[in-house]
Design a protein around this ligand. Sequence first.
Ligand SMILES: N[C@@H](CCC(=O)N[C@@H](CS)C(=O)NCC(=O)O)C(=O)O
Length: 203
Amino acid sequence: MKIYDFRLAPNPRRVRIFIAEKGVEMTYIQVDLFAGHNYHAEFLQKNPLGALPVLDFDDGTYLAESVAICRYFEGMYPEPPLMGINPKDAAFVEMWNRRMEFELFGPIGRAFQHSHPMFKDRIKQFPEFGATQREHALKRYEWLDSLLAQREFVAGDRYTIADITAQVAVDFGQEAAGVPLPPHARYIKRWHETVSARPSAKA
Ligand SMILES: N[C@@H](CCC(=O)N[C@@H](CS)C(=O)NCC(=O)O)C(=O)O
């Protein structure tokens, strides 16, 4: 079993962090997204969408989509639980993970895609749209800050996959997408220090 990965890309990092939290050893194969190796025919056979990460089961089957890959490892390695501890909790964790994905990670990703030269020949870029996505993400930072004023982690009092998605979004926003945290977002900063201190953050 191995995972097709790219160290600098945020979705593969979500899966690396998740797997590190589970304490599972994994082989990672680098696919250079900058060089466009994800669009080579050999890789498209694994994922026709040309996206990372992809879990290779070594039996001819390939699983894409970060949350689907996390779901597999959650089932195989239930401890520590990162996707909920009972049906109600799991539903709330999923709600928060989807919100972090759709409301924060998505706009940050689109701000990057519509402004970065890497995407110049991959999508039709609309820089003004990218700027609206940046604004959207900044509003969502305000929202997240108010949530984290009331609780330790995104989905409540326990670290979950929703924290991983938000952590990767915030780091990518700051380091690559030109969407830094507002200076006054003190609760996000407190939470970010906590999640960044976990050994998995280096995965
Ligand atoms: N919905 C997918 C998104 C995967 C995705 O967009 N991966 C990016 C890296 S963060 C990618 O491979 N992009 C390559 C490209 O667009 O050329 C997931 O959750 O895994």
